[in-house]
Design a protein around this ligand. Structure first.
Ligand SMILES: C[S@@+](CC[C@H](N)C(=O)[O-])C[C@H]1O[C@@H](n2cnc3c(N)ncnc32)[C@H](O)[C@@H]1O
Length: 188
């Protein structure tokens, strides 16, 4: 925004869109799936923090991902970039339900996750308690993610026409274990 680019944000969660509108009042936001949204001609597309892993469609997710790469490639100007990251298989040891929690002064988040290595699917159950007045408000979330190998994703990006750099950090910010980020550039 500071560089005077026009910004369009897309998220399937209305709650995330509400937060984004507060943080960037001059940007445009749409609630919906990026697997279905129109992507206007643009200089850059970013999708940060595992957004592409979420299983929100019943269709073959791998095909949907390949289709998304092609649509982004068409939308980008020559030299334009697509920057994103993904979670890979190996988030949780096979057969183990990993449990943990984080806490702050007025909140606690409890997490349980397990991985099906045959289907490369991660299931994450998150329960949060947030203090509101005298009481704690509870909310429950269930996340299902398809996990992709970085080499396969890079291959699909190249098939779509991109030049690809795979990274294990965003600059000086390392990614969590078994995560990869990509800078995919449309050739000039
Ligand atoms: C881990 S959050 C990251 C959010 C944000 N990029 C950030 O870094 O704070 C992943 C986001 O992807 C969104 N998401 C997952 N699948 C999506 C889809 N098919 N279309 C649009 N948004 C999706 C979720 O609603 C969620 O807000």
């Amino acid at each position: 925004m500071k560089a005077n680019y026009r910004v369009l944000g897309i998220d399937i969660s209305e709650a995330m869109i509400r937060i984004a509108r507060r943080r960037a009042p001059r940007a445009e936001f749409r609630a919906g799936s990026f697997f279905e949204a129109d992507i206007p001609p643009c200089n850059a597309v970013t999708s940060i923090s595992e957004c592409l892993n979420y299983l929100v469609h019943s269709k073959n997710h791998k095909q949907t991902l390949v289709g998304l790469f092609r649509r982004i490639y068409r939308a980008l100007v020559p030299g334009g970039v697509f920057i994103f990251d993904i979670a890979e298989p190996g988030q949780v040891t096979h057969g183990i339900k990993m449990r943990g929690f984080s806490e702050g002064e007025y909140w606690v988040v409890v997490l349980e996750k397990e991985e099906d290595p045959e289907r490369a699917v991660l299931t994450r159950r998150i329960t949060s308690f947030r203090k509101v007045g005298e009481h704690y408000r509870r909310s429950d979330e269930l996340h299902r993610q398809r996990l992709y190998k970085a080499a396969d994703v890079a291959g699909q990006l190249r098939k779509a026409g991109f030049r690809v750099r795979t990274m294990r950090s965003y600059g000086e910010h390392p990614l969590p274990k078994n995560h990869a980020a990509f800078i995919a550039r449309k050739p000039t």
